[in-house]
Design a protein around this ligand. Structure first.
Ligand SMILES: NC(=O)c1ccc[n+]([C@@H]2O[C@H](COP(=O)([O-])OP(=O)(O)OC[C@H]3O[C@@H](n4cnc5c(N)ncnc54)[C@H](O)[C@@H]3O)[C@@H](O)[C@H]2O)c1
Length: 447
């Protein structure tokens, strides 16, 4: 074990990263940039070839930095899992989705751990980073790795360290987000903390893998519940004809005891819509019911329907039905300035509108094409979309490159789910909450 620690501290350790997605690739580049000899492992050859060609497919990873690491020989990628045996430390960053039943799907973790177990060597440090329920590391991963007789914290090292990266966030990146580390024993915690402290400015050791797993789920449940609360407040404000955005802006002037969360079209991404259900599933195994998580999931899950209701209002003002109307989405990625479509609420909104007979199109500079159910769509340039004069625009994602002025000046009714048009005041803007549309002029019935 001392040898592993020495190799980590002198940056001579060979580091393997399994799963080169939004989490794994930035981490691999950070280790390589610090001088470690890094090998990235993935099952997707398109990803490994792009990395080996010095190309970045993750917006947060600067291509110049990645290419420099590849040229310097500190970073390479492979699909050959037999090379895992040559690593001193291995970070597992594979997906942890939900099954349709909202139960955890650990199959990716299990497959990655099987690959590690096949060539596990004494002294190796194995760290799970994928978000998962408390108990995964010691109940699932540890027995798999110990199956051939090596003991965790004695013969090899095993820890959990949750990834907290926030894609698209320029201020907080892998390097300056504090890293929580919990090992199955003190030697494992020490080694994992030593590894991360080479590349992360602040490492926070905790007493066990379960605490580390729970920290991540508390953080994401906190977000899901608070977003659920503010989404419900937005719907409430709509019925009370109060501008929810103005309320939040004023409330956040309180210097303590309040943290702003913002309403929107619904939850998206691989974390907030999924992670809390890992926790509620685990708690249910012990007979504990997580009411906040279920309620927040219900409110957040209802937002696409609520947005569609606002679209119906907007069309109604122009005396148009949804059926046959041309509805154009501005932005389909789940959040601003990213290309991530996972769990994006825009997909639900498209589905709900299409089911009612709407003809859908979209613009998104980050998503050139998308497939939702039976719909295959290609993005339109903004100018082309406005030129076609859709009956309504749904502003789903507030990408910073969008030309809001041109959109507002088009006069086309816009349902703004993000308050991106806060600087504008125009009759064609329908806010997510706050302005109940004035009643249209009465229809005169002829006798
Ligand atoms: N995306 C985020 O913002 C974020 C933030 C914090 C934590 N996380 C967590 O990190 C984990 C990874 O998320 P992500 O967003 O990077 O996922 P991702 O889908 O972007 O990347 C996962 C990668 O793992 C690869 N993979 C799957 N099975 C594999 C296997 N058996 N062996 C090797 N590679 C395999 C996939 O091909 C893919 O490239 C998840 O548990 C997620 O909850 C994600």
């Amino acid at each position: 074990m001392k040898l592993t620690l020495d190799r980590i501290r002198s940056r001579k350790a060979r580091v393997g990263v399994i799963g080169l997605g939004y989490v794994g690739l930035p981490l691999a580049v950070e280790f390589a940039h610090a001088g470690f000899d890094v090998t990235g492992f993935d099952v997707d050859t398109a990803k490994t070839s792009q990395i080996n060609a010095g190309k970045s497919y993750i917006p947060d990873v600067a291509e110049a930095q990645l290419a420099a690491c590849v040229r310097a020989g500190t970073l390479k990628a492979t699909i050959d899992m037999t090379e895992l045996g040559a690593m001193d430390a291995i970070d597992i960053c594979v997906p942890t989705p939900l099954r349709k039943t909202k139960d955890p799907d650990l199959s990716y973790v299990v497959r990655a751990v099987e690959a590690v177990a096949a060539s596990l060597k004494p002294g190796q440090l194995i760290i799970l980073e994928s978000t998962t329920y408390p108990g995964t590391t010691d109940e699932v991963v540890q027995p798999m790795l110990e199956a051939k007789g090596l003991r965790a914290d004695v013969d090899f090292l095993l820890a959990f360290s949750p990834e907290r990266v926030d894609p698209g966030n320029r201020q907080f990146t892998t390097k300056n987000i504090p890293k929580i580390v919990g090992g199955v024993g003190p030697a494992s915690t020490e080694a994992a903390a030593a590894l991360y402290s080479q590349v992360v400015s602040d490492v926070v050791p905790v007493s066990s893998t379960r605490v580390a797993e729970m920290v991540k789920l508390l953080e994401n449940t906190f977000r899901a519940v608070n977003i659920g609360l503010v989404n419900e407040i937005a719907q409430m404000c709509h019925t009370l004809d109060i501008d929810v955005w103005e309320v939040i802006e004023a409330a956040k002037t309180k210097p303590f005891g309040f943290m702003p969360f913002y309403p929107g079209p619904g939850l998206g991404g691989h974390c907030i819509p999924i992670d809390p259900f890992y926790l509620s599933w685990k708690a249910r195994q012990s007979g504990f019911e997580c009411r906040f998580i279920e309620l927040a999931g219900h409110v957040n899950g209802s937002m696409p329907e609520y947005v569609v209701a606002r679209v119906v209002d907007a069309l109604n003002d122009s005396r148009k039905p949804v059926n046959g109307s041309r509805i154009h989405l501005y932005g389909v990625a789940y959040k601003r300035d990213v290309n991530d479509m996972r769990e994006s609420p825009a997909l639900d909104i498209i589905e709900l509108l299409a089911r009612r007979g709407a003809i859908i199109s979209y613009s998104d500079p980050y998503v050139p094409a998308l497939k939702e159910g039976t719909h295959s769509l290609e993005a339109l340039a903004e100018a082309e979309a406005l030129h076609r004069r859709p009956d309504c625009v749904v502003l789903c994602t507030d990408h910073s490159s969008f030309d809001w002025k041109a959109l507002v000046n088009s006069g086309i009714p816009i349902v703004d789910t993000r308050n991106a048009l806060r600087a504008f005041s125009a009759p064609n803007i329908v806010r997510l909450s706050g302005r109940v549309a004035p009643a249209p002029a009465p229809v005169v019935l002829s006798s």
